[in-house]
Design a protein around this ligand. Structure first.
Ligand SMILES: CC(C)(COP(=O)(O)OP(=O)(O)OC[C@H]1O[C@@H](n2cnc3c(N)ncnc32)[C@H](O)[C@@H]1OP(=O)(O)O)[C@@H](O)C(=O)NCCC(=O)NCCS
Length: 222
């Protein structure tokens, strides 16, 4: 698969991403089912997907290194356009939320954070994420994750957030661990990829643990 050529815009965004200090991101709360809030950090903005993100998402997420351990992404730009329209419909139905990852200095998405309910009412949910490999190790994942976790636990009200990562996906597992997820077990031969069943680690973050870790003060009831 041919990679998207690097542009000066991407170079600037990478420079911004790697040089900015980490400060508390701002999270705007809205009725997310009518439209996802725009979450703004120091390096990156998370926002609703737009159909115009399809070409950059296609270029970023269909490379071998990004897609080898995840469910196969769409194989064409049109496939990404259909996925984006589906994502917006599922968000409006209240089942799913998918944020586009847009580094400061860029207009289009270089990755995704998605979350779906595992039961009606969002008591338990599952998240997943992928970034174009040019943006790995830049801090964009950590900053984006912090904003997504606040959205998941404080805006949606999820109690338990699960994730599955192929055991061989060292980066994916490392990313989950550093965001405070706890590995609870291994789902043996649970993921079919390229004709082979792979083991997956099951990770979870519980809302209370996230609050303690993030120093979010919950009101005391007397
Ligand atoms: C998962 C993903 C979004 C994480 O973004 P990232 O920028 O690579 O993540 P980070 O660099 O911030 O963190 C990854 C962690 O894994 C660690 N890691 C990397 N390679 C590792 C290895 N071989 N063994 C163990 N840990 C490893 C890193 O050291 C890092 O932790 P640290 O910051 O404490 O050092 C990105 O790698 C990606 O898009 N991967 C492809 C899609 C995918 O696999 N998604 C996850 C499905 S669960």
């Amino acid at each position: 698969m041919e990679k998207m050529p690097y542009t000066p815009e991407m170079d600037r965004a990478l420079a911004v991403a790697t040089q900015q200090p980490l400060v508390a991101p701002s999270v705007v709360t809205t009725d997310w089912k009518t439209g996802l809030p725009v979450l703004t950090g120091t390096r990156v903005t998370l926002r609703e997907l737009r159909v115009s993100d399809a070409p950059s998402l296609f270029a970023m997420l269909t490379t071998e290194e990004v897609s080898r351990f995840i469910s196969p992404p769409p194989t064409t730009v049109e496939g990404f356009e259909r996925f984006i329209m589906w994502a917006n419909r599922e968000r409006a139905a209240g089942n799913y939320a998918c944020f586009a990852v847009v580094p400061h200095g860029m207009d289009t998405a270089v990755g995704l954070f998605q979350v779906r309910q595992l039961e009606p009412g969002w008591g338990t949910a599952e998240w997943g994420f992928a970034l174009g490999s040019a943006f790995w190790g830049t801090g964009i994942f950590s900053e984006g994750s912090e904003m997504v976790l606040e959205f998941v636990f404080e805006t949606i009200g999820v109690h338990r957030l699960e994730a599955r990562a192929a055991v061989e996906n060292y980066r994916g597992n490392g990313a989950l661990r550093k965001m405070g997820a706890v590995q609870e077990g291994v789902l043996r031969r649970s993921f079919l990829r390229n004709g082979q069943y792979m083991d997956q680690a099951l990770w979870a973050i519980i809302a209370e643990d996230w609050r303690v870790r993030s120093n979010v003060v919950t009101p005391t009831v007397h």
